[in-house]
Ligand binder design. Structure first.
Ligand code: B12
Ligand code: SF4
Ligand code: SF4
Length: 313
């Protein structure tokens, strides 16, 4: 009874903080299939130069290697979609992913998770925990599916049948039991192949992404020049890529405005014209992206992306 009440209080508080999706997995749940898929994905070289995925692959495959005491995995989904961030998309400006235009989600989501955690600590003293957003070595999408938040679609993003896929995933791991949710039972992609058809670089085969071909990887994670094996047509993107989510019928139908104003595009980024990007100095780049998730890409990478886009026009 205590466990049930605590779980429902955690969910109520999370919803009041703006998390639309919250679900809980029993850490003991077998994650065999995603672990096998991860190994296959690495064997195929689909991680491209992201060696950090390989380095901590054993933890990604087995959550007990990351946090041996874990009993519960609370998965959260926070919507970042806003039409505010779209205003400049009609001109011929360079394109930036929706998720990166506002303030850095790693910081904002963690702030909210720590509020949930302090509530849990007020009810359960002496707990051990981990708070995770993106950077921890766990398969966030697979855990979120397991916690009932949605299914992993053919574009490899986690999709909710309530809000689509424009949401960040995060977790609190705890060494206490909670009331567990069921895995999301369906794959609701059906016969749709819109994302596969729309991806300009053929990076997707159903449910599998080859990072070597993905514009999101190339613009953000890939360092240095592009060798011959890599797609060099960035289709106007200079940071990330949203195409396979823009075309998804679940997003077209269910996207709603984010409740978090800090996820709206920063004015410094929104006001940039194509010419401004081309004239940008390193000093000004640092200024305009201050506190945004775009700081993951250094000035050299953004300059390279702009140059590559112009080469192909
Ligand atoms: C590495 C990474 C990337 C890489 C690789 C992407 C990928 N699909 O894995 C790159 C840089 C390309 C990337 C891009 C993006 N990312 Co990213 N990324 C991550 C990160 C850090 C790890 C993901 C991972 O482990 N990938 C490894 C592979 C194996 O995982 P997977 O795709 O889930 O693989 C499954 C399928 O392939 C499937 N599978 C099914 N059948 C089969 C069959 C075979 C043969 C194989 C091999 C696999 C397979 O099983 C696998 C395991 O579940 C996570 C955060 C985290 N810690 O989880 C964020 C994360 C997945 N990214 C996120 C986002 C928002 C993005 C972008 C939308 C950003 C942007 N706009 O540019 C794009 C989306 C591109 C896309 N279509 O997926 C969000 C996704 C939110 C959501 N609702 O799904 C996450 C969860 C970050 C967060 N905390 O919110 N990302
Ligand atoms: S993010 Fe862009 S390049 Fe990558 S799979 Fe989706 S549509 Fe293709
Ligand atoms: S576009 Fe269609 S196939 Fe692709 S993820 Fe969305 S529903 Fe699934």
């Amino acid at each position: 009874m205590k466990t049930k009440k605590l779980t429902s209080n955690i969910k109520d508080l999370s919803k009041s903080l703006g998390f639309q999706l919250v679900g809980v997995s029993n850490a003991k749940t077998a994650m065999k299939e995603p672990s096998v898929n991860l190994q296959q994905w690495l064997d195929l070289g689909y991680n491209a130069s992201m060696n950090w995925i390989k380095t901590r692959k054993e933890e990604r495959k087995n959550i007990f290697k990351y946090f041996p005491e874990v009993k519960s995995v609370i998965s959260f989904g926070y919507n970042y979609y806003s039409t505010h961030n779209e205003v400049n998309s009609m001109d011929k400006n360079y394109k930036i992913s929706k998720y990166a235009k506002g303030e850095d989600y790693h910081v904002i989501i963690k702030e909210k998770l720590y509020e949930v955690l302090s509530f849990i600590k007020s009810k359960e003293e002496n707990i051990n925990y981990r708070v995770c957003v993106d950077t921890s070595p766990i398969l966030e999408k697979a855990w979120a599916q397991n916690s009932g938040l949605g299914w992993i679609g053919k574009n490899t993003n986690l999709i909710s049948n309530q809000i689509g896929s424009w949401f960040f995933i995060s977790e609190i791991l705890l060494d206490i039991d909670l009331e567990y949710d069921n895995e999301f039972p369906n794959d609701l992609c059906g016969t749709c192949v819109k994302c596969l058809e729309a991806c300009p670089t053929d990076a997707l085969t159903p449910y599998v992404l080859d990072s070597n071909k993905c514009i999101s990887y190339l613009t953000i994670e890939h360092k240095g020049e592009f060798n011959n094996n890599l797609t060099s047509d960035l289709n106007g993107w200079i940071y990330g890529c949203d195409i396979c989510q823009d075309v998804c019928p679940w997003n077209i139908k269910f996207s709603t405005e984010t409740q978090e104003k800090r996820f709206l595009s920063k004015d410094t980024i929104k006001d940039m014209t194509k010419g401004d990007w081309e004239k940008l100095s390193e000093k000004n780049y640092k200024k305009i992206i201050k506190k945004s998730a775009m700081k993951r890409a250094k000035f050299d990478s953004i300059s390279r992306n702009i140059e590559l886009n112009n080469k192909n026009n």
